[in-house]
Design a protein. Structure first.
Length: 252
């Protein structure tokens, strides 16, 4: 075992390289499976699903490998705490309300969506989750499990490692920007004609959410409140996603 905080500068640089990899790898893999291997016209893409599974395995396995080799003392069960829960749930409910108001009150009935419903359908069919049961199963996985994995990765690992090297405010900002990067790729696919007016502003909204969750994690010293907040917002996104999927497509 090596302790990167007490060893020579070479090991500290190695830790910084590992942190840079952790911040950039999700965006690179998202581009691979969502753009480079994406299929148009709703044709299933097995390579896309394989790349997704491999990418997620590497992403979420990387912190375990890193700490197993450097600081196994970082491992432990999440703390049970009452701190941060009100802020976390309040933020989730306000965000869900804002998203629902924006989508159902304006975007759904505007021309700004363009071919977004068709692009959503293509991606969902490409992953084989276009039926209601499959979509519900995916939504539950994304909201309950994937959100926990993202909190473990972006808040516990990335934000935690940044905070060990810089003060809390820049650690919050840097981890939030890293969290935003792969969302730019996804939203850029869904809003190709509205990148500057929808995809990028929504991506900065994701960064703001990541910053709030990092702040909550720092205050509560536990992932649980941030995870609950993240899960509720993801669930609201999946409701909007199903509504987009259910919208009638224009005749080809």
């Amino acid at each position: 075992m090596v302790d990167t905080d007490s060893k020579p500068s070479g090991l500290r640089w190695l830790a910084l390289a590992a942190l840079a990899f952790a911040m950039l790898f999700p965006a690179a893999m998202t581009w691979l499976y969502f753009v480079a291997l994406g299929h148009h016209g709703g044709e299933p893409g097995p390579a896309q699903s394989i790349a997704y599974a491999v990418g997620k395995t590497i992403q979420f396995g990387f912190p375990i490998l890193f700490f197993a080799m450097t600081r196994p003392s970082r491992f432990g069960l999440p703390k049970l705490t009452l701190h941060g829960w009100g802020l976390a749930i309040g933020f989730a409910l306000l965000t869900a309300l804002a998203m629902a108001t924006l989508y159902f009150g304006w975007l759904k009935h505007s021309s700004w969506l363009g071919d977004t419903p068709q692009r959503v359908r293509e991606k969902v069919e490409g992953f084989g989750i276009a039926s209601l049961p499959a979509f519900i199963a995916f939504a539950l996985f994304l909201s309950a499990i994937h959100s926990l994995l993202e909190e473990y990765y972006w808040r516990w690992f990335v934000f935690g490692e940044l905070r060990d090297r810089v003060s809390t405010p820049p650690a919050i900002v840097l981890s939030a920007l890293g969290f935003m990067l792969h969302h730019i790729v996804v939203l850029g696919v869904y809003f190709p004609d509205r990148f500057w007016t929808l995809a990028l502003p929504f991506s900065f909204g994701v960064a703001f959410g990541g910053a709030v969750w990092a702040w909550i994690y720092a205050r509560a010293d536990s992932l649980l409140p941030a995870w609950a907040s993240h899960a509720l917002i993801d669930a609201a996104i999946m409701v909007i996603g199903w509504n987009l999927l259910s919208m009638p497509l224009p005749p080809s």
